[in-house]
Design a protein around this ligand. Structure first.
Ligand SMILES: O=C(O)CCC(=O)C(=O)O
Ligand SMILES: [Fe+2]
Length: 269
């Protein structure tokens, strides 16, 4: 369960400002099914650290920084991380463009003021196998870079093509790179979003800091020319709109949809 899900907006077209609501703290979420707690921050044109031009859909503050004096270190520390991860992600997106036989700057035009999130998450040890840190899902961004704390028992698991859950051990000085829905969408399903989950069953505290990197909220995306199948009709759709739909649809429901179907006319989401 994520505190950011705006459940009351499920049936209404969101006002532009409402697509990405203010980012709340994620306190006291130690209730099943998701056994985790954390702080969420993201792109916010009202935070001077981000140096963003005025953007009409981002005119009210989103990030909610703790104000207690003991937390004074937190905002600069997260911004140091955020700034480095944003630059790194932009470079990685260019590498992915080259890997897709596209000019390296192909995605730059729709990733000018990208939707971004850093989550600083704590997973307490699970007391029961019935609990989960975070249930099976794919991420709805271009890709996610996950820094995870070392635990003897790997807690992050990814689902391979044979339906086997593969544990992802901590490796020093490395990130886990999860390909996510927008890369799946533009490649017509050729690149799959990584299905993953967290089960912290080793008795240790676990911390992770995923960085989620998406296209611009006001961009439109569709299946790339080179990945279209003959005879299929394709449509573009708004990134913010897709994001909103994913926020209000349970992630597990999404996993039941036809793989690679999004972006194809009639595929739906
Ligand atoms: O904590 C992790 O390793 C992954 C977290 C995750 O998948 C998510 O927040 O979407
Ligand atoms: Fe995830």
């Amino acid at each position: 369960m994520e505190a950011t899900k705006p459940s009351s907006r499920a049936n209404s077209t969101p006002a532009p400002e409402a697509v990405r609501p203010p980012l709340p703290l994620l306190p006291q979420l130690l209730t099943p099914p998701d056994l985790k707690e954390g702080f969420l921050m993201g792109e916010d044109a009202t935070d001077p650290e981000q140096n963003l031009p005025p953007l009409p859909f981002m005119s009210t503050p989103r990030n909610q920084w703790p104000s207690h004096p003991t937390a004074a270190f937190f905002r600069p520390a997260l911004y140091t991380y955020y700034t480095a991860m944003l630059a790194f992600s932009r470079r990685l997106l260019r590498i992915f463009a080259l890997a897709l036989d596209l000019p390296e700057d192909h995605f730059d035009a729709i990733t000018q003021h990208p939707m971004t999130n850093v989550r600083a998450v704590h997973y307490p040890p699970q007391l029961s196998d019935a609990d989960v840190g975070i249930g099976a899902h794919t991420d709805f961004c271009w890709f996610t870079l996950v820094a995870q704390s070392p635990t003897l028992h790997p807690a992050l698991e990814v689902l391979n093509a044979n339906g086997i859950w593969v544990p992802v051990s901590h490796e020093a000085d490395s990130f886990v790179v999860n390909i996510a829905d927008f890369l799946k969408l533009v490649t017509g399903g050729e690149w799959m979003s990584t299905v993953h989950r967290v089960r912290n069953r080793g008795g240790e505290e676990r911390y992770s800091m995923p960085f989620f990197f998406s296209p611009d909220e006001d961009a439109r995306v569709g299946v790339l020319e080179g990945f279209r199948r003959e005879g299929e009709r394709y449509e573009e759709f708004g990134v913010g709109e897709y994001f909103q739909r994913r926020l209000v649809v349970d992630r597990r429901t999404h996993l039941e949809e036809g793989e690679g179907g999004e972006g194809r006319k009639g595929g739906g989401y």
